[in-house]
Design a protein around this ligand. Structure first.
Ligand SMILES: *Cc1c(COP(=O)(O)O)cnc(C)c1O
Length: 390
C-alpha cells in the first residue's frame, strides 16, 4: 500500500489566522479544554440574519449555555429558546427580557409553567393535551404553538419520535386551546439536528399548510411557523452551505404560503456555536492490542464523558487536526475513562501522521456546540470540561 503524506485541510474549517490565535492562547493551559471564539459566534449570527432576513431568531441555548455566548447574542438582538426554568433563570439573570424567551420544551412540570408565567414568559410550545391543560391552568391567555411530529431522516443527530404530535391530534388541540382561553399562535417542528437533507423542511411545511387551512375553516388564524433548528455546522460529513438552506427553505415557504407568509421563527443552536469552538486535547497513550493488529489505539484525555457524547454511534464526526508531519496512518480513537463505551471512533478510521506521539496535542474542531454542557460532573473523578472564551 502506498503511503500518503498527512495533509489535513485545516482551512476548510478555520482560517489560519484564527487557528494561530487559538493556539497562542492555549499554549500554557492544561488540557483538555474548550475555547469558544465569540467573534465567530457573532459572525454566524450575522450570516444567519443576512441569509434569512425573513426570520426571527430564537437561540436554543442548550447548544452552548455559556454566559458570554448568551450575552454576545443578546447584544445582537437574538431571542432565546429555553428548555427549563434553570435556563429561564439564567436568561433573566443576564438581562434578557421575558418577552424574548420562548419556553420551547414540550415536557414541563405544571409548577415550572407557573414559574415561567410569573416571570413574564408568554410563549409556550406544546404537543400533548395534558401539557396544554397545564398551560391553560397556569399560564392563562398565553400564546401557544404546537409541535408537529417529524421524521429525522437525513439528520446526523436525530430529534424525532420523542417530540411532536401528528396533525390529527394537533388539530384537536388547536381548537381546544381556543376554548381554554389560550391564543393558538402557530406551529413548530424540528427536522433533526445537523439535518443534511433540506427537503425535510419541505415535508414539514406541507403539514403546516394543511393545518393552517384546516383550522382556518374553524375560524382560527394561525400566525407563526417555527422551523426549529437543524441548520448545519462544519463536520467531516459535508453539508450544503447556509445560503442553500436559506434559499431552498424560503422557496418552500413561498410555494405553500405565497409572498405574504406567516411570521417565521427559527431556533438555531448548533449552527450558531459549533464552528466557534475548538477542544484542545492531549494524547495520553498509543498502543497496539496484538502483534498483527492493523490499527493502533490512540487514547485522548477527553472522551464521551468529557463532552464528546455526540460521538455516540459515531453520529457526529469532528474534524481532528494534528500539527505533526508524516505519513497518513489510520487509528482507533478512544477516551480516557474506565468505561469501554468510551470509544470515540472505531468504524470510521481517523487519519493522523504516523509520527504522532504521546503527550502531543490534537485539536478537535467544530466543538462549540453540545460539548461542554454535556460533560459529566466527575466520572472517574474527571472534572467537567473547562471552557475559555476569547
Ligand atoms: C435542541 C433544539 C434546537 C436546536 O437545534 P440545532 O439543530 O442545534 O440547531 C432547536 N429547537 C429545539 C426545540 C431544540 O430542542
Amino acid at each position: 500500500m502506498r503511503k500518503e503524506q498527512y495533509d489535513f485541510p485545516l482551512d476548510d474549517f478555520i482560517s489560519v489566522e484564527d487557528f494561530g490565535r487559538i493556539k497562542e492562547f492555549s499554549k500554557d493551559k492544561e488540557t483538555p479544554f474548550l475555547i469558544v471564539d465569540l467573534a465567530k459566534v457573532e459572525k454566524m449570527y450575522d450570516a444567519l440574519v443576512k441569509n434569512m432576513p425573513f426570520v426571527k431568531i430564537y437561540y436554543a441555548i442548550k447548544a452552548n449555555p455559556l454566559d458570554e455566548v448568551i450575552l454576545t447574542l443578546k447584544e445582537k438582538g437574538s431571542n432565546f429558546d429555553a428548555a427549563t426554568t434553570y435556563e429561564i433563570d439564567q436568561l433573566l439573570r443576564l438581562g434578557v427580557p421575558p418577552e424574548k424567551i420562548s419556553y420551547g420544551n414540550t415536557i414541563k412540570k405544571e409548577k415550572d409553567i407557573a414559574y415561567a408565567y410569573e416571570k413574564g414568559v408568554r410563549l409556550f410550545v406544546t404537543d400533548s393535551e395534558s401539557d396544554l391543560m397545564k398551560i391553560a391552568r397556569r399560564a392563562p391567555g398565553s400564546r401557544v404553538f404546537f409541535r408537529l411530529l417529524t421524521e429525522s431522516d437525513g439528520a446526523d443527530w436525530p430529534l424525532s419520535r420523542k417530540f411532536g404530535a401528528h396533525p390529527d391530534i394537533t388539530y384537536e388541540m388547536i381548537l381546544q386551546a381556543r376554548k381554554l382561553g389560550l391564543e393558538p399562535y402557530g406551529l413548530s417542528f424540528h427536522v433533526g439536528s445537523q439535518q443534511r437533507d433540506i427537503g425535510q423542511w419541505d415535508n414539514a411545511l406541507s403539514k403546516c399548510k394543511y393545518l393552517f387551512e384546516a383550522v382556518a375553516l374553524q375560524g382560527i388564524k394561525l400566525k407563526m411557523i417555527n422551523l426549529g433548528g437543524g441548520f448545519p455546522a462544519k463536520y467531516l460529513s459535508p453539508a450544503n452551505e447556509l445560503e442553500t438552506y436559506a434559499h431552498e427553505i424560503l422557496r418552500f415557504i413561498q410555494e405553500d404560503f405565497g409572498e405574504e407568509h406567516p411570521e417565521i421563527i427559527i431556533e438555531p443552536g448548533r449552527s450558531l456555536t459549533a464552528d466557534a469552538g475548538i477542544i484542545v486535547t492531549e494524547v495520553i497513550m498509543i498502543s497496539k492490542k496484538a502483534k498483527l493488529n492493523q490499527y493502533k489505539w490512540v487514547y485522548l484525555d477527553i472522551g464521551k464523558f468529557g463532552g464528546l457524547i455526540e460521538t455516540l454511534d459515531e453520529c457526529i464526526k469532528y474534524p481532528i487536526y494534528s500539527e505533526k508531519e508524516g505519513y497518513e496512518e489510520e487509528v482507533i480513537l478512544a477516551g480516557p475513562t474506565c468505561d469501554s463505551m468510551d470509544i470515540l471512533y472505531e468504524d470510521h478510521k481517523y487519519v493522523f501522521p504516523n509520527t504522532l506521539k504521546e503527550g502531543e496535542r490534537l485539536y478537535i474542531l467544530t466543538t462549540g456546540a453540545y460539548t461542554q454542557s454535556y460533560s459529566s460532573v466527575a466520572f472517574n473523578g474527571i472534572p467537567p470540561l473547562k471552557a475559555y472564551v476569547i
